[in-house]
Design a protein around this ligand. Structure first.
Ligand SMILES: C[C@H](O)[C@H](O)[C@H]1CNC2=NC(N)=NC(=O)C2=N1
Length: 97
């Protein structure tokens, strides 16, 4: 069962991500990061690899791509805010760079 992150759970899950370039979205319980690649093929290839995990975990990013830049926002729509799944997907995105 996915649930919104408690205050106690946030530090351990989110602080490592904040150290890695993720930030909170203003006025929303969501995290965001902008990834810049060498070129479009690198950007889209990374998105494709991430998409396979997103589908496997049934947890999907909000993201947009312009040329070699990918802007990502992660939040759990079913609970109206951040859950452990967002931290898990963020870690996978960083690991797949
Ligand atoms: C029915 C399906 O399992 C849900 O709608 C899933 C799909 N992907 C999802 N992705 C995200 N980011 N949040 C969700 O709450 C979510 N829910």
């Amino acid at each position: 069962m996915t649930e919104r992150l408690s205050n106690e759970a946030r530090g351990p899950l989110l602080d490592p991500l904040f150290k890695n370039g993720w930030t909170m979205v203003e006025d929303r319980d969501a995290i965001t990061k902008t990834f810049i690649f060498d070129n479009f093929v690198e950007a889209f290839g990374w998105m494709t690899r991430v998409a396979i995990w997103a589908e496997k975990w049934d947890h999907h990013p909000e993201w947009s791509n312009v040329y070699r830049t990918v802007e990502v926002v992660l939040s759990t729509h079913d609970v109206g805010g951040l859950s452990a799944l967002d931290a898990k997907l963020a870690r996978k995105m960083d690991a797949m760079l």
